[in-house]
Ligand binder design. Sequence first.
Ligand SMILES: [Zn+2]
Length: 233
Amino acid sequence: MRETLEKLLALQELNKEIEQACGDRDKLSIDVRNQARKLERKRRQAREAHDKRMENAKGADAAQLNIEQAEQEIERLVMQLNAVRNQRELDTIQNTIRSRQADISRWEDEALTALQAVDELRQEEEQLNREAEEAEKELERIKEHVAEATRQYEQRIEELTEQRDRLRDEIPPEVLSSYDRLAARHSNALARVKGRVCRGCFTRITKQTENLLMRDKKVVYCHSCGRMLMLAE
Ligand SMILES: [Zn+2]
């Protein structure tokens, strides 16, 4: 019995190792996803900066056009000043000119603000594009690394699986199927007993259970957790 239990223990360790390797392999793709997200974020931010820059450039152009039209209007009004016939007419024209000049001053401020924003956004966009380019290169590097690491994990998993299959062939089928049933419910379905304590559930085993274990004639189970038991050395 002892020999079978030793093999089961080795099988248990192998299963754990395979599970660990599969988990590690699956975790590799997280790095790829994170980097792809980072790249997408940089590209989106660059697009947003671009759109905002275009909007500001349009705003500056519109303000410039308004200024030109107002300047032309002022010129016309100045010409009309030569032909005024009375004070009321003069006041009206002068008021209109002052009002247009105030408009121009406002549009000039608007245009200046917009042009400054265009400059800043251009720099921001260029910076973001450089960062996106870097992120893309990094993504390629990560992908290559992940592909290589995945290949190594898969090779390792294949070796371990073959080893496990060979080991399973050496274990009596009835013991193996009992073990498999338990393993579906418990991690460490085979538990060691040390100091008369089941290391699966940390419950003290009875003297009778201990005797059965020492006799080593059949599979013995923990009365508390149901795990298969084996005596520690
Ligand atoms: Zn137990």
